[in-house]
Write a protein that binds this ligand. Structure first.
Ligand code: UN1
Length: 467
C-alpha cells in the first residue's frame, strides 16, 4: 500500500509528548510539485531583474518578522522536533542572522573583469541566478537549514521550490509566513510532502539546481538524478565525527564539551560527535571524565531550561538507536553509560557511551543520529588521525590539545570539511563555508560567501567596440 502511505496526511506530533498533536498537513505529490515549479518559473525572471537592493530589503524585513515572532517560533521548534528550548531559541536567532547576512551579501561584487585580448574590449565573468532552485530540508534544524538555503537562493535572484521534512511541517509553514509577505511575488513555493514529492522535485525539468540536506543514501540518489538531467546538485549528508583528545588536553573541560557535542539534542545533528578518540596515556582518566559528564547531562522535557538532551524525533528512531547500542555490545563493545529507553512518555533514550576496540565495528563506522557515542583509544596523535580518517564520512573533527605545533600539523591531515580545536564538533559559524569531504558532501559548500558558488552560475561576456 505504498500509494496510500504517500497520500495519508502528514501528522506532526510532539516527540516529548505523544498526546500533543502539532498539526496535520495534506502532502503534495507530483502534480503539486509541477504547479509549484510552474509558479516559481513564472515569477523567476521578474525577480532576477530586480535591483539587488530590493532583494536585500526583502530579506532584512523577513528577518525582522522572525525576530518579532522569536519566542513563538522557539516554542514551535521545541514542540515539533523536541529541541531543548535553549537551543531552539538559539536556532531562531541564528535564522534571523542568516537572513540578514545574505541580505547584505546580495550587494557584494557579482563577478570579475579581465584584461581583454585586444585591450579595448570589456571582458567579464558575471554571476547570474540559476533560475528555479529546489530545496529539500531536514527536520533537525527546521528553520535554520531552510534559511541557509532560501536566503542565498533569494539574495542572488533565484525562485525556490521548497520541500521540507514531513517531521517539521509546522515550522516550515511558520518560516514561510515570515518570508512570503516580504517577497515581491510568489518566488518561494512550498510543497509539503514525503519522498515521492522530493523525487518529483529532483526530477523536474523546470528545476535548475537542487540543494539537499539529509542522509547519505538519499543525497547520493538526489545527485545521480540531478546529474542525469544536467541540473546542479549540492548535497549535505551525514557525519561520523571524531573528537580527538590528545595526552596534554584538559580532560575535564574536553569531557564536558564532548558530552554536549555527542548527546546534546539527543545527538540529532550531522555535526554531533559519534566517536571520542583518546590518547592511550589518558584513556582511563578520559573514560571516567566522560562517563561523569554524560551522566550529568539533563535528559528531560525540552521545555525545561536545564534540558540538554531531550527526546528522539520518533519512537522508531529511539528504538533503532537502542537496537544499535545492543548490537554494539553484542559485537564486543562495553557499555559505559545509558543505552535504554527512559521510563517516561516521549521518545527518550538515556545517552549511551560504548567503549569500542574494533575500528570496523558498526558504532565506529555508521552514523546512528542519536545520543550514542563510541569511546576509542589510539596510541599517539598519528594513530588518532588514522582512526579519525578511517570512515567513509568526512564532515567535522574536533581536536583537544594545548599543543599548537601539533594542531597546525593535524589540521592539514584530517580529511573533514571542518576542523575545530578545543571546540565541540557541533555548531557552525554562519559566515564561513560549511560542508564535508568524502561521503559527507557533494557539490559546493553552503553558507557564508561560499553559498554564492551554488546559487549562481558564471556567464563570461566579451563586449567589443562595433568597429
Ligand atoms: C550545527 O551543528 O549547528 O543537519 C549545524 C545538520 C547540519 C547542521 C549542523 N547540516 O545537523
Amino acid at each position: 500500500m505504498a500509494a496510500a502511505g504517500a497520500t495519508a496526511d502528514i501528522v506532526s506530533d510532539n516527540p516529548a509528548d505523544p498526546g500533543d498533536r502539532v498539526g496535520s498537513f495534506r502532502p503534495g505529490g507530483g502534480i503539486d510539485v509541477d504547479r509549484a515549479v510552474s509558479a516559481a518559473r513564472d515569477a523567476a525572471a521578474g525577480y532576477a531583474a530586480l535591483p539587488a537592493q530590493a532583494r536585500a530589503d526583502s530579506l532584512h524585513r523577513a528577518a525582522g518578522r522572525v525576530e518579532a515572532r522569536a519566542a513563538e517560533l522557539a516554542e514551535l521548534v521545541r514542540r515539533e522536533v523536541g529541541k531543548p528550548v535553549l537551543e531552539a531559541r538559539g536556532e531562531v536567532a541564528r535564522t534571523a542572522a542568516i537572513l540578514r547576512y545574505h541580505a547584505q551579501a546580495a550587494l557584494d561584487p557579482d563577478g570579475d573583469t579581465f584584461p581583454s585580448g585586444d585591450g579595448r574590449s570589456l571582458l567579464m565573468a558575471r554571476r547570474r541566478p540559476r533560475g528555479v532552485v529546489g530545496l529539500i530540508t531536514p527536520w533537525n534544524f527546521p528553520i535554520a537549514i531552510p534559511a541557509w538555503k532560501l536566503a542565498p537562493a533569494l539574495a542572488y535572484g533565484n525562485a525556490c521550490v521548497w520541500k521540507p521534512s514531513p517531521f517539521s511541517p509546522a515550522c516550515a509553514e511558520a518560516l514561510l509566513e515570515c518570508l512570503a509577505p516580504e517577497l515581491p511575488g510568489p518566488v518561494v513555493q512550498m510543497v509539503q510532502g514525503r519522498a515521492d514529492a522530493g523525487a518529483a522535485l529532483v526530477g523536474h525539468p523546470g528545476v535548475h539546481a537542487i540543494s539537499f540536506t539529509g542522509s547519505v543514501a538519499t543525497g547520493n540518489a538526489v545527485a545521480r538524478m540531478a546529474v542525469e538531467r544536467g541540473a546542479a546538485a549540492q548535497c549535505e549528508m551525514g557525519g561520523q565525527n571524531a573528537s580527538i583528545v590528545l595526552a596534554d588536553a584538559d580532560l575535564e573541560a574536553a569531557a564536558a564539551t564532548i558530552a554536549t557535542a555527542a548527546m546534546g539534542y539527543a545527538g540529532q545533528k550531522c555535526t554531533a560527535t559519534s566517536r571520542v578518540i583518546c590518547d592511550g596515556a589518558t584513556a582511563a582518566g578520559m573514560r571516567d571524565a566522560l562517563v561523569a559528564a554524560v551522566e550529568g547531562l539533563r535528559v528531560e522535557d525540552p521545555a525545561e531550561e536545564a534540558c540538554r538532551v531531550g527526546p528522539l524525533i520518533s519512537a522508531g528512531a529511539r528504538d533503532a538507536a537502542a537496537a544499535a547500542v545492543k548490537r554494539g555490545v553484542e559485537a564486543g563493545g562495553r557499555l559505559l553509560a545509558g543505552g535504554g529507553p527512559l521510563d517516561a512518555p516521549g521518545n527518550y533514550l538515556a545517552p549511551a557511551l560504548v567503549e569500542v576496540d574494533d575500528p570496523s565495528a558498526e558504532l565506529a563506522q555508521e552514523e546512528v543520529f542519536a545520543p550514542v557515542c563510541a569511546l576509542m583509544r589510539a596510541d599517539g596523535a598519528d594513530a588518532a588521525v588514522e582512526l579519525a580518517n578511517g570512515v567513509r564520512h568526512g564532515l567535522v573533527t574536533a581536536v583537544f590539545t594545548r599543543d599548537l605545533d601539533r594542531v597546525l600539523d593535524l589540521a592539514n591531515r584530517l580529511d573533514t570539511g571542518l576542523v575545530r580545536v578545543n571546540q565541540p564538533t557541533s555548531g557552525v559559524d554562519l559566515h564561513t563555508p560549511f560542508g564535508g569531504e568524502k561521503a559527507s558532501g557533494l557539490g559546493p559548500r553552503e553558507q557564508g560567501k561560499a553559498a554564492r558558488e551554488f546559487y549562481t552560475s558564471l556567464r563570461t561576456v566579451l563586449i567589443s567596440p562595433s568597429c
